[in-house]
Design a protein around this ligand. Structure first.
Ligand code: HEC
Ligand code: HEC
Ligand code: HEC
Ligand code: HEC
Ligand code: HEC
Ligand code: HEC
Ligand code: HEC
Ligand code: HEC
Ligand code: HEC
Ligand code: HEC
Length: 335
């Protein structure tokens, strides 16, 4: 009897779920945050973006180059709210009222979280962004439109201000972006708020972010995530670092434990450093001995200190322990 009951309960739960899925699915294809205006807009409440163009020409022009504008032309978006009204809701009443701003969904005065929610109604599906609400940006009231311009930037002259800027990613004026509807390019965008990290990229040894060879978002996911400091992971759960430094990934027959357990930052300062190889200490033996304390007690939790002495000949630890990230043949990382 009990079994039959739970099967019944499961069936009920299943159909409830199906309805929920169906509802949210339908919701996604329709206008967003429309609850503020009308819960069930009819198709005839929509007028299409071309109508908006008549009175909002500049916005329309900027917007017409975006991925959002392209949706209108896709067959998979036929019959769904697209264009201006996919975000602002049905516009007929607004147009009939000669631009009555109480008859359209306006984001003016809305909080970053509210605006982000409306974007996430379409954009939360991808892994890249489905943890946005778990990130530091969300927690600190930084929303999608702090980084993205919802209508894209106005067209303008776009000339690199310096020949130091080398890649397509920022062969553009600082503060000017043509990709991803960004308000400015990564890294200019990021350093406009995170000015405290900028000097680290001018340290004697640094990742060439300011030079344009890589971006902040190669290592960080600006859209949040589970990792500490919103760092990215490469496929397989290793640090994003191995995407570029593949030889450090392993698997090795003999792993150097902290590479996997504590991560690359236990020995390197990822942004930049006064020390070669971005090491946390200027002398390699200092680094090693922070963990491999020479006075090692049996049963202690910390790894064994070297049994060889600390004479000058041993100071350059990685001269002998060359495969310090792990080795396929040597348990003490000699080759
Ligand atoms: C991707 C969603 C989205 C689309 C598509 C969109 N908007 Fe907006 N719109 C916004 C957001 C968000 C704001 C608030 C701007 C802000 O806070 O920076 C806004 C603001 C506005 C404003 C207020 C003035 C301003 O620029 O800040 C007008 C007018 C406007 N939109 C018109 C339009 C028109 C016309 C279209 C189509 C050509 C359009 N929008 C397409 C999201 C969108
Ligand atoms: C007949 C001209 C006209 C048309 C067509 C028109 N608008 Fe407007 N719209 C206006 C005017 C005028 C305002 C400014 C109202 C004000 O500031 O009092 C405005 C304001 C807005 C705002 C800003 C509201 C705010 O709180 O600041 C949005 C968003 C907007 N329109 C979106 C649209 C969209 C989307 C369309 C197409 C569906 C559209 N408009 C079509 C005249 C028009
Ligand atoms: C009606 C659904 C919908 C809404 C609402 C929506 N988007 Fe999009 N957006 C899309 C789709 C679909 C694409 C194209 C596919 C993709 O890149 O995911 C897209 C693309 C983008 C892109 C990539 C642009 C490029 O050049 O590759 C950005 C950035 C973006 N949206 C930001 C936003 C922001 C910010 C908001 C809220 C103000 C928003 N979107 C609201 C559906 C939506
Ligand atoms: C802190 C800045 C920042 C915030 C906040 C932010 N983005 Fe982005 N977004 C970026 C950057 C930088 C890129 C370019 C990354 C790249 O090219 O790999 C990007 C890329 C995108 C893309 C296109 C690339 C892709 O993954 O398909 C979409 C879509 C997008 N963002 C949507 C959103 C939405 C929706 C929100 C709000 C929920 C949001 N973003 C919030 C910085 C931000
Ligand atoms: C509009 C301002 C703003 C922009 C633009 C911005 N951030 Fe942030 N970011 C913040 C704030 C505020 C916090 C939370 C407080 C803090 O830790 O500084 C934060 C937190 C972070 C953190 C987590 C720090 C921690 O201690 O956990 C990372 C990583 C980060 N941002 C990276 C980026 C990257 C990468 C970009 C560019 C794609 C970017 N941010 C753009 C404002 C911004
Ligand atoms: C090579 C990869 C890499 C690049 C490129 C990178 N970061 Fe980081 N960043 C990290 C890692 C890893 C951490 C965590 C450091 C730690 O655990 O000690 C971090 C930490 C941070 C923090 C937290 C504060 C702190 O100092 O611990 C902020 C904010 C931040 N990064 C912003 C940025 C910005 C802005 C850019 C671009 C200008 C950027 N990062 C480029 C890897 C990177
Ligand atoms: C987008 C690719 C990329 C990512 C991701 C990346 N790096 Fe790098 N890294 C480079 C390049 C390219 C260089 C060498 C060129 C230079 O001087 O900038 C470099 C240099 C280094 C160096 C110094 C090498 C030397 O010979 O002095 C260290 C150490 C390093 N990276 C560690 C890391 C760590 C740790 C991470 C993750 C937090 C990381 N990298 C993420 C591309 C990357
Ligand atoms: C236990 C400390 C430690 C950890 C953890 C560590 N490294 Fe290193 N790494 C070093 C030392 C020490 C050197 C300098 C080796 C030398 O002097 O030849 C180095 C050198 C490097 C270099 C430049 C020289 C080379 O071999 O290419 C890169 C790149 C690098 N590490 C990347 C990484 C990455 C990526 C991670 C995380 C997957 C990582 N490291 C984790 C200690 C560490
Ligand atoms: C963040 C802490 C940490 C740092 C820094 C570190 N190690 Fe280790 N190392 C470990 C741990 C943990 C093990 C595994 C010990 C075990 O399994 O008993 C280990 C293992 C080793 C081994 C294998 C032999 C053994 O005792 O298992 C050698 C050799 C070694 N480390 C050398 C070095 C050298 C050389 C450096 C400096 C370049 C260094 N380590 C830096 C934590 C560290
Ligand atoms: C001249 C080469 C050389 C240098 C330099 C060197 N080691 Fe060693 N290390 C060895 C040899 C040989 C062994 C023993 C290997 C074995 O037993 O198979 C060893 C073993 C180790 C072990 C494993 C535990 C043990 O004693 O058996 C650790 C940990 C270690 N060394 C750490 C370090 C540290 C930290 C430094 C720098 C302060 C360093 N080594 C410098 C040659 C060197």
């Amino acid at each position: 009897m009990r079994l039959a009951k739970s099967i019944k309960a499961l069936l009920v739960l299943g159909s409830v779920l199906a309805v929920v899925v169906w509802l949210t699915g339908a919701n996604r294809s329709q206008a967003v945050v429309r609850t503020t205006i009308d819960d069930k807009p009819a198709a005839s409440d929509y007028v299409g973006s071309d109508t908006c163009k008549d009175c909002h020409e500049d916005t329309f022009k900027a917007y017409s180059h975006t991925a959002h504008a392209a949706l209108t032309t896709l067959s998979s978006w036929k019959g769904k709210a697209s264009g201006c009204e996919s975000c602002h809701g049905p516009g007929k009443a607004h147009v009939d009222g000669g631009g009555d701003k109480t008859k359209i969904i306006s984001f003016t005065g809305k909080s970053p979280k509210e605006i982000s929610e409306s974007c996430l109604s379409c954009h939360a599906g991808k892994e890249e962004r489905n943890n946005f609400r778990r990130g530091e940006h969300w927690r600190n009231d930084i929303g999608c439109t702090d980084c993205h311009s919802p209508h894209s930037n106005k067209e303008g002259r776009n000339v690199a201000s310096s020949n130091m800027l080398v890649t397509t990613a920022n062969a553009e004026k600082p503060g000017f972006a043509t990709t991803r509807m960004l308000k400015a390019n990564d890294p200019q965008l990021c350093t406009s708020c995170h000015s405290e990290v900028k000097p680290q990229f001018s340290a004697p040894f640094h990742h060439k972010v300011l030079e344009g060879a890589m971006r902040c978002s190669d290592c960080h996911n600006p859209h949040g995530g589970f990792e500490l400091k919103q760092t990215r992971l490469a496929t397989g759960g290793d640090a994003a670092c191995v995407k570029c430094h593949a030889d450090k990934q392993g698997p090795f027959t003999f792993e150097h434990a902290p590479v996997k357990t504590e991560g690359c930052s236990s020995c390197h300062t990822p942004h930049g450093s006064a020390n070669p190889r971005l090491l946390r200490y200027s002398a390699v033996n200092q680094l090693c001995l922070t963990c491999h304390s020479a006075a090692h007690d049996v049963g202690a939790i910390e790894p064994a200190g070297p049994s060889h002495n600390q004479n000058a000949q041993y100071r350059d630890c990685t001269a002998c322990h060359v495969k310090i990230h792990g080795s396929r043949t040597s348990p003490v990382f000699f080759r």
